[in-house]
Design a protein around this ligand. Structure first.
Ligand code: NAD
Ligand code: TYD
Length: 364
């Protein structure tokens, strides 16, 4: 069996659902169920004996050690993290705690477990760390995309905490020989993404008649990848990746935020038209994110060349599936828009109003 951490979050739950759709190998799913973790994402697995859910913290080394001892997994896949850049700006502490100390605790438990394994199990064991392209910092318009040898230059508390965890993972390979793999992926989108991130936030706000907030000029560029393609890349790296290596994962799909939002508005106009006018009329420009990275772009040739992975979805096919999923899952969206979510909207967007010296203008 495999141990997945953070498997009740956006990518983790897509991964667990995808894994058990293709394999009978059981999954132990360790998740703290922070605001971002949602057991509802795993509802299709209710009563399925192949899925063992444990509510717990990756920082709790004794808990992790006990789980490893009891279930004897052949691999650990670390998805658990605080993952939202804006939250890391408002409150970086949780990011250091989970992303740095938590990854460290997990590595320590994994090291002790792995060192006690028999020869064959030891050779087959893998620790796969799920990371982000944000560790590489920001690119100018004409710069080449990030490769696996691009120097780390994280700019937000989120990316700095992920970079720190990547370094620890690397060090455990070089120092102790722990068989680690790291993936650095671009921005994901798809079902079950918490509506604090750009794409689900825009869909939810559009539907609820609220403003669609664009930070600054909206010309920041991200590379977007449909979540099931990311999950397939992780499965492939687990299966055939070379220990100690890192693999960049991306969709070859760079887009400016304003273009992403306009695309979403166009799709919503088609699939769920308003009584009058376009959703694009709800677009507003608000104060920019402090230290906002201008551009991310991933060179994903290594994983294609070495492991034969390529994304299956284009942005057009992936975004349509995503919008359709959110339209069919209003109940899921309403469910996660809880007390904490509403408090977060107040914290993040209140001080971006014109009344607080920020820029607010509409654009369509
Ligand atoms: P998410 O915020 O949706 O989910 C994170 C999950 O981790 C939640 O279920 C949460 O309850 C759990 N968690 C948080 N702290 C924990 C702790 N201390 N112990 C146990 N569980 C804990 O995040 P996501 O978007 O699914 O991202 C998953 C991973 O992928 C993260 O490591 C993130 O850095 C990485 N990543 C995300 C993206 C993206 O676009 N979302 C892109 C590249 C890499
Ligand atoms: P986000 O989904 O938070 O991912 P990340 O910051 O990890 O790339 O944001 C994606 C882009 O969208 C990023 O450039 C910030 C921008 N953005 C907005 O313009 N408005 C918003 O309300 C949010 C949440 C993000």
């Amino acid at each position: 069996m495999i141990l997945v951490t953070g498997g009740a979050g956006f990518i983790g739950s897509n991964f667990v659902l995808g894994w058990l759709a293709q394999s009978d190998e059981p999954v132990i799913n360790l998740d703290k169920l922070t605001y971002a973790g949602n057991l509802g994402n795993l509802q299709p697995l209710a009563g399925d004996p192949r899925h063992i859910f444990i509510k717990g913290d990756i920082c709790d080394e004794a808990l992790v050690a006990g789980l490893l001892e009891r279930y004897q997994p052949r691999a650990i896949l670390n998805f658990a993290a605080e993952s939202h850049v804006d939250r890391s700006i408002h409150g970086p502490r949780d990011f250091v705690t989970t992303n740095v100390n938590g990854s460290f605790a997990l590595l320590e438990a994994a090291r002790a477990y792995w060192q006690g394994m028999g020869k064959e199990d030891k050779a087959a064991f893998r620790f796969l760390h799920v990371s982000t392209d944000e560790v590489y910092g920001t690119l100018g318009p004409g710069d080449a995309p990030f490769t696996e040898t691009t120097a780390y230059a994280p700019n937000s508390p989120y990316s700095a905490s992920k970079a720190a965890s990547d370094h620890l993972v690397r060090a455990y390979h070089h120092t102790y020989g722990l068989p680690v793999l790291t993936t650095n992926c671009s921005n994901n989108y798809g079902p079950y993404q918490f509506p604090e991130k750009l794409i689900p936030l825009i869909i939810a706000n559009a539907r609820q008649g609220k403003p669609l907030p664009i930070y600054g000029d909206g010309q920041q560029v991200r590379d977007w990848l449909y979540v099931s393609d990311h999950c397939a890349a992780i499965r492939r790296v687990l299966e055939a990746g070379r220990c100690g290596e890192t693999y960049n994962v991306g969709g070859w799909n760079e887009m400016a935020n304003l273009d992403v939002v306009r695309t979403l508005c166009g799709m919503l106009d088609e699939l769920a038209p308003k009584a009058a006018g376009s959703y694009a009329g709800q677009i507003v420009h608000v104060q920019d994110r402090p230290g906002h990275d201008r551009r991310y772009a991933i060179d994903a040739r290594k994983i294609e060349r070495e492991l034969g992975w390529k994304p299956l979805e284009t942005f057009e096919t992936g975004i349509r599936k995503t919008v359709e999923w959110y339209l069919e899952h209003d109940d899921w969206v309403r469910n996660v828009q809880s007390g904490d979510y509403l408090r977060w909207l107040d914290t993040n967007y209140a001080n971006r109003d014109a009344g607080h010296g920020a820029e607010t203008r509409t654009s369509a």
